[in-house]
Design a protein around this ligand. Structure first.
Ligand SMILES: Nc1ncnc2c1ncn2[C@@H]1O[C@H](COP(=O)(O)OP(=O)(O)OP(=O)(O)O)[C@@H](O)[C@H]1O
Length: 525
């Protein structure tokens, strides 16, 4: 199902699955200082402190209660929490704490994410805490060759020189070299299908991050395959190891049996515990059913469907379509090098707009592009430079919309209006993360104003005042616009003959520098 159909289906889904009608409201939960967090492994506490973390955010506290706390991983968790609220650590910490007592290394936790950059970002979070308790984290994202990845994921037995071994024997003695795997669906399926010794039979935890996006990713039926390979015969009938846990969990306490741990000495096999998360979690029963959730618990923030980060300020600029670039440059100039992300509607627009910005010849505006039109290694390089602060402006397609966490991004600009409420939420959510302040500007043409107001209602944004550029700044930028545009035209004409045929046309209706052939962006773009 495409994204448009996806959005339509969600609009039509008024009937919510029964378990979603009684959620845990995370907005009632407070931050919790590490010192007072019940049951936290002291080694993990140290690792968190090393990361600069002194307390857990509300969603992390709520998930902790349902996993390490009284909930004891008994229910599958469906987490709908705003962008930047700390969902990654909300699952990473309980998984690592729970596996800290494992005796034998097996692949016990699998985290699936839609893109490589996102998966590597999540791996970094696991890498910051898992080694503290002796756990190893691997990735299957296609960053290195498949052989390189296999050598990191699978441990081959030590062979004595001079002895001839039966290859069958060797493959039977292959072991997992990692406890936790962070993967994208494509590479995961490659390993499932082809890598000797790669098995999900010991898996205890499955995390599907950016769930609504991943449920659209049917790549080789990765989800049904994973679920099939992890099915246990006990069907969730697991005995309790201790009937109750201490009552240190305050208002959220529920009296539940402790869960049990698979493959741990003297304990029987439990079911696979699943955690699915997003800032825009689907409520569509036909999608949720694919996850085969066990007695799911819905955790959400507030009553509205979507929620923007608390310290996000939304602003709009309304202008004539052909003057959009002038407004954009005027904004960027006024920020003097603040980290900013500009979102466009397509790969082609991203490329053209990035070129145009650099042709304005303002040394303070050094822009790079990030889109699916670029080779993955170039994309990752630009992202790294942006993270380091070597460049301040990233012009991006919706490939950067979800999940990417770059510290210090103070502004997001929708150069092209986001097509859906969900897109707005994820784009805007690249700023105002982790309780920080941030601003999201949307540049609109007159004919987009009404549609944008409707979109704002959906995302629950209270206000979105009009932002005005000071006339003097506007005039100064406008004077440099024509020369920049000419340079862009020359650059496009000097491109390869095939591309030359798509000669640059400034579309006055959309304000984009695109040709008929430029494709609409998707989150894969
Ligand atoms: N307890 C904490 N204390 C301080 N900073 C934290 C804490 N937990 C997470 N962070 C920081 O908050 C930022 C956002 O976290 P994270 O990327 O997990 O958000 P998210 O909810 O997954 O967002 P998105 O929906 O956009 O993917 C990160 O920079 C992370 O380091």
């Amino acid at each position: 199902m495409g994204r448009e159909e996806d959005d339509k289906a969600e609009r039509e889904t008024d009937c919510v699955v029964p378990w979603m009608r009684t959620p845990v409201d995370v907005s009632n939960v407070e931050n919790w200082a590490l010192e007072t967090l019940p049951c936290l492994n002291p080694k993990l506490k140290k690792a968190l402190e090393k990361m600069g973390i002194s307390s857990l955010f509300p969603v992390q506290v709520a998930v902790w209660h349902e996993t390490i706390g009284p909930g004891g991983f008994e229910r599958d968790l469906c987490v709908n929490s705003p962008t930047g609220s700390g969902k990654t650590l909300s699952y990473a910490l309980p998984i690592v704490q729970s596996l800290a007592s494992r005796a034998v290394r097996c692949l016990r936790a699998l985290v699936v994410l839609p893109t490589r950059d996102l998966a590597l970002q999540v791996k970094e979070v696991f890498d910051a805490i898992a080694p503290a308790v002796g756990l190893t984290v691997g990735s299957a994202v296609g960053q290195s060759s498949i052989a390189g990845e296999i050598s990191q994921l699978i441990k081959t037995p030590k062979l004595d020189a001079g002895i001839c071994y039966d290859p069958e024997d060797i493959s039977q003695n292959l072991e997992s070299a990692v406890d936790i795997l962070v993967a994208t669906p494509g590479r995961l399926m490659d390993h499932i299908n082809n890598t000797k010794g790669f098995t999900l039979e010991h898996l205890r935890y499955l995390v599907v991050d950016e769930t609504d996006r991943l449920l659209r990713e049917a790549y080789q039926s990765w989800l049904p395959t994973v679920l099939k390979l992890t099915q246990t015969s006990d069907n969730g009938l697991f005995p309790s190891s201790s009937p109750f846990v201490p009552s240190t969990f305050g208002s959220l306490q529920t009296v539940r049996r402790q869960s049990v741990e698979r493959g741990f000495k003297g304990k029987p096999y439990p079911r696979l515990a699943k955690m699915v998360l997003s800032a825009t979690l689907t409520k569509d029963p036909s999608k949720l059913i694919q996850l085969d959730l066990h007695h799911p618990l819905f955790m959400t923030t507030g009553e509205s469907r979507y929620r923007l980060p608390e310290k996000l300020e939304c602003l709009r600029l309304i202008c004539e379509t052909e003057l959009k670039p002038v407004y954009l440059v005027a904004l960027l100039k006024s920020w003097e090098g603040e980290k900013s992300i500009i979102f466009t509607s397509s790969v082609e627009s991203t490329r053209r707009l990035c070129k145009l910005l650099n042709f304005f010849g303002d040394s303070k505006i050094r822009a790079k592009e990030y889109s699916g039109g670029l080779n993955q290694s170039v994309r990752s390089k630009e992202l790294k430079a942006f993270r380091k602060g070597d460049i301040q402006v990233l012009v991006a397609s919706d490939a950067l919309t979800r999940g990417m966490d770059v510290k210090g991004v103070t502004n997001v600009i929708n150069y092209d209006m986001p097509p859906f409420a969900k897109t707005f939420i994820h784009r805007a959510g690249r700023t105002a993360r982790a309780g920080q302040a941030g601003k999201c500007y949307t540049i609109l043409s007159d004919h987009e104003v009404r549609r944008f107001s409707k979109l704002l209602k959906k995302v629950g944004s209270g206000s979105c005042p009009i932002y005005s550029i000071p006339p003097a700044t506007f005039d100064a930028v406008r004077a440099t616009y024509e020369p920049a545009l000419e340079k862009l035209q020359e650059s496009v004409e000097s491109e390869a003959p095939r591309k030359r045929r798509q000669a640059l046309k400034h579309n006055p209706r959309t304000g984009n520098y695109k040709t008929k052939r430029s494709k609409t962006t998707s989150e894969q773009a």
